[in-house]
Ligand binder design. Structure first.
Ligand SMILES: O=C(CO)[C@@H](O)[C@H](O)[C@H](O)[C@H](O)COP(=O)(O)O
Ligand SMILES: [Zn+2]
Length: 189
C-alpha cells in the first residue's frame, strides 16, 4: 500500500511539474480575463459535475469571500449550489440543460464563464459554454484528457496534462488557487 501512496504522490508531482513548464502563459491569460471583467463590473459564472462542482463552488467562494487579502467582495456564481434550481431544471428540461438555463438567467456580455470538466466532454458544461459564447461572454475551460470537445469551443482552454481524473482535478484546484491569488494582488494590493 505504501508503494501505491508514493506512486500517486509522485504522479501528482509530475503533473504539477509539467504544468509549471507548459501552462504559465495560459494561467496568466486567465488572470487577465478575470481582472478585466471585474474591473468592468462583470462577473464570474462557473460550473462542473461531481468533484468539479465542488471546485466550482470553491472558486466562487474565494472570489465572493476572499482569498488572502482584505478587500470588497467580487461577483461570482457557481451554477452547482441551488438544489431547487438544479432539480427543477433537470426534471423539467433534462440534465443537459441545468447550466444552460442558469446561464440564460444570469449571463451578460463580458462575463467570464468557466466550465470545469476532466474529460472535456460533459454535455451540460459544453452546452453552457456554447450558449455563453452566443450571449457575448468570455469562455474558459478547465479541462483534462487532451481537452475534449470543450477545448475546441472555449476561448481559453487550460488542459491539465494527464488522463487520470483525480490528478486532473488536483491540477484544476491548483490553477484556481493561483488565479485567485494573482487576481486579488493585481486588483487590490
Ligand atoms: O470527483 C470525481 C472523480 O474524482 C467524480 O465525482 C467526477 O467529478 C464525476 O464523475 C464527473 O461526472 C466527471 O465529469 P467530467 O469531469 O468528465 O466533466
Ligand atoms: Zn474527485
Amino acid at each position: 500500500m505504501k508503494a501505491e501512496i508514493v506512486s500517486q504522490l509522485t504522479e501528482n508531482q509530475q503533473v504539477m511539474s509539467e504544468m509549471a513548464l507548459s501552462m504559465a502563459d495560459q494561467i496568466e491569460h486567465f488572470v487577465e480575463l478575470l481582472c478585466e471583467a471585474f474591473s468592468n463590473g462583470k462577473k464570474l459564472l462557473v460550473m462542473g459535475n461531481g468533484g468539479s462542482a465542488a471546485d466550482a463552488q470553491h472558486f466562487a467562494a474565494e472570489i465572493v469571500g476572499r482569498f488572502k487579502l482584505e478587500r470588497r467582495g467580487l461577483p461570482a456564481i457557481a451554477f452547482t449550489t441551488d438544489t431547487s434550481i438544479l432539480t427543477a431544471i433537470g426534471n423539467d428540461y433534462g440534465f443537459d440543460r441545468i447550466f444552460t438555463r442558469q446561464l440564460e438567467a444570469h449571463g451578460q456580455p463580458g462575463d467570464v464563464v468557466v466550465g470545469i470538466s476532466t474529460s472535456g466532454t460533459s454535455k451540460n458544461v459544453l452546452a453552457a459554454l456554447e450558449a455563453a459564447k452566443e450571449q457575448g461572454c468570455r469562455t474558459v475551460g478547465l479541462l483534462g484528457r487532451g481537452g475534449g470537445t470543450i477545448a475546441s469551443i472555449a476561448d481559453l482552454a487550460l488542459v491539465v496534462p494527464s488522463d487520470n481524473t483525480p490528478r486532473i482535478q488536483e491540477g484544476h484546484i491548483t490553477i484556481i488557487h493561483i488565479v485567485c491569488d494573482l487576481l486579488e494582488k493585481r486588483l487590490f494590493s
